[in-house]
Design a binder for this molecule. Structure first.
Ligand SMILES: NC(=O)c1ccc[n+]([C@@H]2O[C@H](COP(=O)([O-])OP(=O)(O)OC[C@H]3O[C@@H](n4cnc5c(N)ncnc54)[C@H](OP(=O)(O)O)[C@@H]3O)[C@@H](O)[C@H]2O)c1
Length: 277
């Protein structure tokens, strides 16, 4: 039975992953910051020496881009040094590392979807710190899978939750209509992460749902699928123009099933959960 350690287990991706991984098939170990702080090298090494995982799935990270912009040291400490610590500890016990990264490692100024062979060129502190984490992992561990995704939602505080919380509290919400990416549910992502536990197809993978949309279209869909279009008016506004649609080229090249269409997945998620935290 493979021993699988999930860090950041209480976040969106960590929660979804813990929910679908079969305890009969794997010996699961889950921690969040209160049990193991990934920025603390001796804590991470100690945990790995005692528990000897075969696979480490790093779902821990600082994912709030605005917060990272205002807390630069903390962003690098978690998103870069934290990943270095995991890579070093994993190397000691020959564990495989599956690490979650982001579309923000690109410059977000393209007009075409980014594939895994495109050069990274992050513009934000969040993106730069995540890119630094990717580099540490690639340099320090030869059994790595980096999975980049975008606009992840699931149980917890996220954009879906933010829009629905405005319903009934205010009549209008401003949403950028010049920012494009792909909404991806943490459940779809978790299904894909599971694939990599049992396969050795190392490398960098983009993993987003099919299709793409603007933030404004994402908000529209959230209201439509919850029958709330008449309760909240969306006002399209110009934010910082960004395009960060990812192309799942490596999934295609390796014959791995891609996540489903973002609209289908969102509708299903809202039907099942209601979308609120
Ligand atoms: N959310 C997105 O749209 C998105 C898109 C692309 C990629 N990603 C990446 O995917 C990963 C998971 O994202 P997510 O949406 O699941 O994030 P999330 O919900 O914020 O979960 C991250 C978890 O990591 C924990 N954590 C923070 N600092 C830690 C530390 N020093 N040691 C151990 N745990 C720590 C957090 O705890 P606290 O809540 O207590 O801080 C939280 O439980 C992140 O690396 C993120 O960069 C996210």
């Amino acid at each position: 039975m493979q021993r699988v350690w999930i860090t950041g287990a209480e976040g969106h991706v960590g929660t979804a992953l813990t929910g679908i991984l079969d305890c009969m098939e794997y010996r699961l170990m889950t921690t969040d910051i209160n049990e193991v702080d990934i920025t603390n090298l001796s804590q991470v090494i100690q945990y790995v020496r005692v528990n000897r995982p075969d696979v480490i799935i790093n779902c821990a990270g600082l994912s709030d881009a605005e917060y990272c912009e205002n807390h630069i040291d903390e962003a690098y400490k978690v998103n870069a040094i934290g990943v270095r610590n995991i890579a070093l500890a994993a190397q000691e016990v020959c564990a495989k590392v599956i690490h979650i990264s982001t579309d923000d490692v690109f410059d977000l100024q393209s007009e075409l979807p980014y594939n895994e062979f495109d050069e990274t060129h992050p513009k934000t502190i969040y993106g730069k710190s995540k890119e630094a984490g990717e580099k540490f992992l690639m340099q320090l561990n030869n059994k790595f899978t980096i999975i980049r995704s975008s606009w992840i939602y699931g149980i917890g505080r996220d954009f879906v939750d933010k829009v629905l919380k405005c319903v009934g509290k205010q009549t209008e919400l401003e949403v950028a209509d010049n920012q494009y990416a792909v909404p991806t549910s943490s459940d779809e992502l978790a299904k894909l992460i599971c694939h990599f536990i049992d396969h050795e197809e190392y490398g960098i993978y983009h993993a987003v749902c099919k299709g793409s949309c603007s933030r404004y279209e994402f908000a529209q869909a959230i209201l439509e699928y919850t029958n709330n279009t008449d309760k909240l008016t969306l006002k399209p506004v110009e934010g910082r123009a960004t395009y960060s649609v990812l192309d799942n080229m490596m999934l295609r090249l390796n014959g791995i099933e891609e996540p489903a269409d973002w609209k289908v997945v969102l509708k299903d998620y809202l039907n099942k959960s209601g979308g609120m935290e």
